[in-house]
Design a binder for this molecule. Structure first.
Ligand code: IPM
Ligand code: MN
Length: 360
């Protein structure tokens, strides 16, 4: 008998519960096949609960979640709640309180999936973004004074300390060494590229750049180092995505470039991410959001949630099972699904879940 993992499931709002249900199917199939056990406990955090109780997140939420091995999240965001409240009060708060300092976002084009990039295929669009996930502008350091007067001033600072930068870089170097293109057998070297803005943000990215080269030279001489400005990165993500292997960047830049990346891999229907605390509890999510207009119609694409489940298994150490889920998704995109868009897949949400589960 394999290991047992305790999983907290947060289906959340909108189409979250529908895609989480399909993610569960794939996970259950993997359990049976590979002989481990997932003990799942549901939490009702989200917009519905907030509107009902007035509480965004119970005080004890982070402590309760700390008792689990991983968290599987659907989507947070409700049309009846002002933007920002749930995002900050649930998603960002959990990232901070659980110290999930890495946001891992693969950008992979699966076979059979349309990309807006001309003449690019799965071979060219195959890289991973390691986004720093608890620092930078997202800490909310700053404020607004003289509000409502012609002299009002607003400040929101990009704050990084050496510790935050180093731990993120070490994770990225490790990841590149273990899962980079050499490790995949498709290049002679694993490459980590730092994405920054050293020409303008001369304090913050000076710190990142120095730490990057110091750590790389001393601890990861086998990993090739590159540097790109963030604006140029956007250009190359469109023009020459095959240049990239593993990218590491700050919180805000990572947020922005991974939406661009998601679009190049076929859109939000397939893009998954992990909020990772390598020594603690990590949280896996489809990065697409709650898509309220598709709620309850059984037409939303569940593949991103299914892929998030696969990433969760990878992080838990069930590598074979993770690979089985990814391969099942690849087969479904290659041979079954017409389009990744909601309502245009040629199958319903639950049928897509069944197709993947059968193949696992
Ligand atoms: C993401 C989202 C969040 C972020 C929002 C919803 C707070 O855009 O996960 O990328 O900015 O990190
Ligand atoms: Mn985002």
């Amino acid at each position: 008998m394999g290991k047992t993992y305790k999983i907290a499931v947060l289906p959340g709002d909108g189409t979250g519960p529908e895609v989480v249900a399909e993610g569960r199917k794939a996970l259950n199939a993997a359990e049976t096949k590979f002989g481990f056990k997932l003990e799942m406990t549901d939490f009702d955090f989200g917009g519905e609960r907030y509107l009902r109780t007035g509480e965004i997140l119970p005080e004890t939420a982070a402590d309760d979640l700390r008792r689990f091995d991983a968290i599987f999240l659907g989507a947070i965001g409700h049309p009846g709640v002002k933007p920002g409240i749930l995002e900050k009060g649930i998603l960002l708060r959990l990232r901070f309180e659980l110290d999930q300092y890495i946001n891992l976002r693969p950008v992979r084009l699966f076979p059979g999936v349309d990309t807006p990039l001309k003449n690019k295929g799965p071979e060219q669009i195959n890289y991973v973004v390691v986004r720093e996930n608890t620092g930078g502008i997202y800490t909310g350091t700053g404020g607004i004074s003289m509000k409502g007067t012609p002299h009002e001033v607003a400040v929101q600072s990009m704050v990084y300390n050496r510790f935050q930068v180093e731990r993120c870089l070490r994770y990225a170097f490790d990841y590149a060494r273990k899962f980079g293109k050499k490790a995949q057998g498709i290049a002679d070297v694993n490459t980590l590229a730092l994405v920054g803005k050293t020409n303008v943000l001369t304090y913050v990215f000076d710190l990142w750049e120095r730490a990057f080269h110091e750590i790389g030279e001393k601890e990861y001489p086998d990993v090739k180092r590159e540097y790109y400005h963030v604006d140029a990165t956007c250009m190359y993500m469109v023009k020459s995505p095959e240049w990239f292997d593993v990218l590491v960047t700050s919180n805000m830049f990572g947020d922005i470039i991974t939406d661009l990346g998601a679009e190049t891999q076929g859109g939000m229907g397939i893009a998954a991410g992990g909020n990772i605390n390598p020594g603690g509890v990590s949280m896996f999510e489809p990065i697409g959001g709650s898509a309220p207009k598709y709620t309850g119609q059984n037409i939303i694409n569940p593949l991103a949630a299914i892929c998030a489940g696969g990433m969760m298994l990878e992080t838990l150490g069930e590598l074979e099972a993770a690979r089985a889920i990814e391969n099942a998704v690849r087969d479904v995109t290659a041979t079954k699904i017409k389009s990744l868009s909601a309502g245009k897949m040629g199958y319903s949400t639950s049928q897509v879940g069944d197709l993947v589960a059968e193949r696992v």
